[in-house]
Design a protein around this ligand. Structure first.
Ligand SMILES: [Fe+2]
Length: 428
């Protein structure tokens, strides 16, 4: 299990805040465009209502020619008035009668292109009370095309008023600036909220991480306690267990194992013989050689070990070493008689470390074997007991490693292992 680092939490919170800010900014932009549309169409409606106030009587009297005159007079008047210029101005206006036939048209000088656009667009005449509009941009200038019914005082359709309204540069700027301001404010608000909440979040998280770390420490402690307990029962020293674990970690590092594989190897190294708890003392502690029946029973410690691991999801990672630490490269080992790479890599690494330390360490009944002699025995087992490629890698690092472990002594080995386990298991 790897716990997240503060840095990765900060990065995740920052990424979430930026994503939220982008969402808020986009939503604010869409709302602002909607508001801008409403403003622009209100301006257009206002202008057409002003025209209708002048022209309603002429239109009611079905005087198309007079309505056309009024349209031209009105448009020229608006174009010349300061108020219309402040908001913008109609550059095209067209009148249709109730039968949807065009009766009059006004095109401001230079706005013929807009009139072409109306012709090309096709007409969808609105129902009474309906107002259709479409916003478009040309060279950064906002235009709005409108069409609305002109109604008499009884609400009957007199005709239709179609127009193209050009927003003044001041109004266009205002809308663009308002939109940019709302987007900026909403984005900054989200980021500011994230900044304020971040320390609170980090403090909560620190508490959770502290608990996780204590849980991990407790798990590692159980691992060492179980390993030491079985070593005691086997009349072995826990120092052997610790040295084997260090040797196995160093060989695994030299073989390029990733951190997760090394964590599994460490668990396996501590627990490799945990199944010996189920072997009777008369066999486990027998001073002489085991007979065939006794040896057969001794072999069951592998199956017992795997059985014990089943009770813990965290310890189950040790299964590769526990199940494979008596397999041999040529297939002559037990319990499955696996050969070559069918034996889990962690178990192949462990076998080299275990035999090397058994040979070179002091026991009540023997002196340590000299380094060169131990290596000769290992080389003799290359391809039979041991993976030859792994053994070659081990031979390259073994002398320095052995000298260092010998110099450290039992207390120093404890300290070294604690440091290594801390490195692989603790929160980075
Ligand atoms: Fe064993």
């Amino acid at each position: 299990m790897t716990l997240p680092t503060y840095r990765s939490i900060l990065l995740r919170v920052a990424a979430a805040a930026l994503a939220l800010a982008a969402l808020a900014g986009t939503a604010a932009f869409l709302v602002e465009v909607e508001i801008a549309d409403a403003r622009v169409s209100d301006l257009a409606k206002h202008e057409s209502a002003a025209f209708l106030a002048d022209a309603r009587d002429a239109l009611s009297a079905d005087s198309g020619a007079r309505a056309g005159d009024l349209l031209h007079r009105f448009m020229r008047g608006r174009a010349e008035s300061g108020r219309a210029e402040a908001d913008g101005t109609f550059i095209v206006a067209e009148l249709y009668d109730a039968a949807q036939a065009k009766t009059a048209e006004y095109v401001a000088p230079g706005a013929e292109w807009a009139e072409e656009r109306l012709k090309g667009g096709g007409h969808q005449f609105p129902l009474p009370g309906e107002f259709r509009y479409e916003r478009f941009h040309v060279d950064g200038v906002i235009f709005i095309q409108t069409i609305e019914p002109l109604l008499d005082r009884q609400g009957r359709i007199l005709g239709y008023f179609e127009s193209v309204f050009r927003l003044s540069p001041e109004r266009s700027d205002e809308i663009v600036k308002d939109t940019a301001m709302v987007v900026a404010v909403s984005t900054l608000s989200v980021l500011a909220a994230a900044l304020v909440l971040l320390p609170i979040f980090v403090a909560f998280n620190r508490g959770v991480m502290g608990l996780s770390r204590r849980l991990l420490d407790a798990n590692v402690e159980i691992l060492t306690v179980l390993g030491s307990a079985i070593a005691k029962r086997d009349s072995d020293t826990h120092a052997h267990n610790y040295r084997v674990t260090i040797l196995a970690i160093r060989l695994a590092e030299a073989m390029g194992f990733d951190a997760d594989a090394i964590r599994r190897l460490v668990k396996g190294a501590f627990l490799h013989d945990v199944g010996k708890i189920a072997i009777p003392d008369r066999i486990l502690l027998k001073p002489g050689k085991l007979d065939a029946a006794e040896f057969a029973e001794m072999k069951t410690h592998v199956a017992h070990g795997l059985d014990i691991l089943k009770s813990s999801a965290w310890l189950a990672d040790a299964a590769d070493v526990v199940g494979g630490h008596h397999e041999k490269f040529d297939g002559s080992g037990y319990p499955a008689g696996l050969a070559g790479e069918a034996i889990p890599a962690a178990a192949r690494v462990f076998a080299i470390a275990d035999v090397f330390d058994a040979l070179t360490s002091r026991r009540p009944y023997k002196e340590p074997m000299p380094f060169a002699q131990a290596m000769a025995i290992l080389h003799d087992g290359a391809g039979r007991h041991f993976d030859p490629a792994m053994l070659a890698r081990f031979a390259a690092i073994a002398e320095d490693l052995h000298a260092r472990l010998t110099a450290l002594g039992d207390a120093g080995v404890d300290e070294e292992l604690r440091r290594l386990v801390g490195h692989y298991f603790a929160t980075p």
